[in-house]
Design a protein around this ligand. Structure first.
Ligand code: PEP
Length: 246
């Protein structure tokens, strides 16, 4: 399976940020992994047109479960597709926390993504309190069960394991902890979707940076990363792409 380096720009970036994209494309014309950047919705169309013909894919950060309608401020999966996106992140912990998104809503969003021909990047992860209480596997298992879209295959689903307490904090689980969760998720996926589970990319996310990327990518069952802060600069994200391509 080809590994995936995915960047989540969150609420960062304006038209001038296109220079970072151009630098990334120029530095990695033929990367040894898939490269994806998810800019804010305002930049999807512009960035998709800059990335056209290159190895870089562009994705959204969220989508509404409905394709259109009276939902002020929301963006639908067909709109993202129309703007040139190939992927969309759903269920990021910041959306689960800031907007009260439940597993059922995340699943509906993921199903909308699949219906629109997008790859759904479904995010799950435990809080610090849940980890301290020894509930990590129970929490991520039930999030996976509840958020997985019907019709998921290796081609249309990516799962990102992102411990909430590791996002944007500079802290990461130990390599053994990452290995334990990824092994658990692979087995759980197998129980849910059978043989397709082997080809689903399982990303780790949470404070991945150039200095820790290689050791995290060496962990069994880690098929890439979802990267926040370190995806904003082409040099940093490029170093992560290089580590994944090695
Ligand atoms: C994220 O937002 O998905 C993320 C992993 O952020 P960071 O890399 O900044 O921890």
């Amino acid at each position: 399976m080809r590994k995936l380096a995915a960047g989540n720009w969150k609420m960062n970036g304006t038209a001038g940020s296109v220079v970072e994209l151009q630098a990334l494309i120029a530095a990695h014309p033929m990367p040894g992994c898939e490269m994806l950047i998810c800019p804010p919705a305002t930049l999807v169309q512009q960035m998709a047109s800059v990335a056209r013909g290159s190895a870089l894919r562009i994705g959204g950060q969220d989508c509404h479960p409905k394709p259109s309608g009276a939902h002020t401020g929301d963006v639908s999966a067909p709109m993202l597709r129309d703007a040139g996106a190939s992927h969309v992140i759903v269920g990021h912990s910041e959306r689960r926390a800031d907007h009260g998104e439940t597993d059922a809503l995340v699943r509906a969003k993921a199903e909308a993504a699949l219906a629109a021909g997008l790859v759904a990047v479904v995010c799950i992860g435990e809080t610090e309190g849940e980890r301290d209480a020894g509930r990590t596997l129970a929490v991520v298992g039930s999030q996976l069960d509840g958020s997985l879209p019907a019709g998921a295959t290796a081609a249309n689903l990516v799962v990102a394991y992102e411990p909430v307490w590791a996002i944007g904090t500079g802290r990461t689980p130990t390599l053994a902890e990452i290995a334990e969760v990824h092994e658990f998720l692979r087995n759980r996926l197998q129980a849910l979707i059978g043989a397709e589970a082997r080809g689903v990319r399982l990303l780790y996310g949470g404070s991945v940076k150039p200095s820790n990327a290689a050791e995290i990518f060496a962990v069994p069952q880690v098929d890439g990363a979802l990267v926040g802060g370190a995806s904003l600069k082409a040099a940093d994200f490029g170093a992560i792409v290089a580590a994944l391509s090695a």
